[in-house]
Design a protein around this ligand. Structure first.
Ligand code: ASP
Ligand code: MG
Length: 442
């Protein structure tokens, strides 16, 4: 994804001078005029009442003196409804026509929200991606933003208005309407915030922030005040439900502070930024991520010779199957087992691809297992702390969970375990790393 920042006009200097810097979790501290991009997801604009509530919040920010650019999704269920209509007519509609259709959902919301703002005496104008100059490549249904023309947005801001921009869509050089892939409104918001050099990009949704782990699995899961982009990306197994992952990458690249908040209740949400908490009490682990969507393949009896990993994983990569964890151990004898994991939906295809390879190599057979899960402890703090792995393995040992594979990165340790122990593993890690909510005694 590339916003050609060089080609993007700088925002008015009056705004640059008033740049405010506020600490994590202190939304209230935005005391001077700031430029804020607010994105409202489908549930936040899911009814006329909810659109009214959004307009109330936007009006409040305006009355406090901030400049606000709003990006909206389609009303909840709308994109799916349009998709279903298309499928009733044709099994595989032309991607260009699909984009022409799906992009209408967001446009409805922009017009309705603008009306709701007018009703509150706030100047506002709705814009499609095309009108606001969001230029993309021509990859229909999964287009990438290439450039954003800021003239329209800036003149509306300068006139004191609120631009209400349709998320998820753009236009290619030929003038065709494109869409950015499901959940793409987040990316629109971040791209606009980057281009405008906004002080913050706020993503309003139906949860009040990013949690230490899935609160549906662990009662004691806590909302994080702050998390780094790197951590957020590693937490993606849960984060992706909150934010389109591509938007987090984008925000990290352009250092746009992102805040996830609830549009239904007031609160500071979770700030996602580049800043690391370097205080002595900073937690070593930000959260516990997990992923059930993994499957394991093991090639038995692979000759212990150079080139085997390539012979096995080459065809898998060529088929665009992403490999996650890899395990191989050469004992210097003549054969080894080679194990790796892929997305569950790719397991059968990968196994099929390996059948001829196994025969060529003179290896044994390919075993598959789709009853596995991956659990990861994530935190930038582990860079400077030893013993994180030991704590993790002890916690799993204490509850009798067997570790099948291990992989590490600078800020993450992941283990592959049997799927049926997933909840047990996540709960015990969550408490072993001190992440549970502190119980207050009554
Ligand atoms: N309406 C689009 C979708 O449902 C884009 C978005 O909501 O972000 O995927
Ligand atoms: Mg969304």
């Amino acid at each position: 994804m590339s916003v050609k920042l060089a080609t993007i006009t700088k925002p008015g200097s009056h705004r640059a001078m008033n740049r405010v810097k506020y600490a994590p979790s202190q939304l209230q501290a935005i005391s001077r005029m700031a430029l804020i991009v607010q994105k409202y997801g489908g549930t936040s604009v899911g009814s006329v009442e909810r659109i009214g509530a959004v307009a109330d919040r936007v009006a409040r920010f305006k009355s406090e003196g901030h400049d606000v650019v709003v990006v909206v999704s389609a009303m909840s269920g709308e994109t799916n409804r349009l998709l279903a209509l298309a499928k009733e007519i044709q099994a595989n509609p032309a991607p260009r026509e699909l984009d022409a259709l799906l992009s209408t959902g967001e446009k409805v919301t922009t017009a309705l929200l603008s009306m709701a703002l007018h009703e509150r005496d706030v100047r506002a104008r709705s814009y499609s991606g095309n009108q606001v100059g969001i230029l993309t490549d021509s990859a229909h249904n999964k287009a990438r933003i290439q450039d954003i023309k800021l003239d329209t947005l800036k003149s509306e801001l300068d006139a004191g208005g609120v631009p209400v921009v349709a998320g998820f869509q753009g236009v290619d050089v030929q003038g065709n309407v494109t869409t950015l892939g499901r959940g793409g409104s987040d990316t629109t918001a971040v791209a606009l915030a980057a281009a405008l050099k906004a002080d913050e990009c706020q993503i309003y949704t139906d949860v009040d922030g990013v949690y230490t782990t899935d609160p549906r699995m662990v009662d004691g899961a806590r909302r994080l005040d702050h998390i780094t982009f790197e951590e957020m990306l590693e937490m993606s197994s849960m984060g992706s439900k909150v934010l389109q992952i591509r938007s987090v990458e984008f925000a990290g690249k352009y250092k746009v502070p992102l805040r996830v908040l609830s549009s239904f209740e007031e609160g500071p949400g979770t700030l996602i930024s580049t800043e690391e908490d370097t205080s002595m009490e900073a937690p070593v682990i930000a959260g516990i991520a997990f992923n059930r969507d993994e499957a394991k393949l093991t090639v038995i009896g692979v000759p212990d010779n150079p080139g085997m990993a390539y012979r096995i994983l080459g065809p898998v990569g060529e088929a665009n199957i992403e490999v996650d964890v890899i395990l191989q151990n050469s004992r210097g004898e003549n054969e080894t087992d080679f194990t790796f994991t892929v997305a569950r939906s790719d397991m059968d295809k990968a196994a099929q691809l390996l059948t001829p390879v196994v025969a060529e190599l003179g290896a044994g057979e390919v075993l598959t297992d789709d009853h596995i899960a991956k659990v990861s402890v994530v935190g930038v703090g582990m860079r400077s702390h030893s013993g994180v792995a030991a704590t993790m393995f002890k916690a799993l040992a204490d509850v009798g969970v067997n570790i099948q594979m291990i992989s590490t990165s600078e800020i993450k340790i992941s283990v592959i375990i049997e799927e049926k122990y997933l909840e047990l593993a996540v709960r015990s890690l969550h408490s072993a790393f001190g992440l549970d909510t502190v119980e207050t005694t009554a």
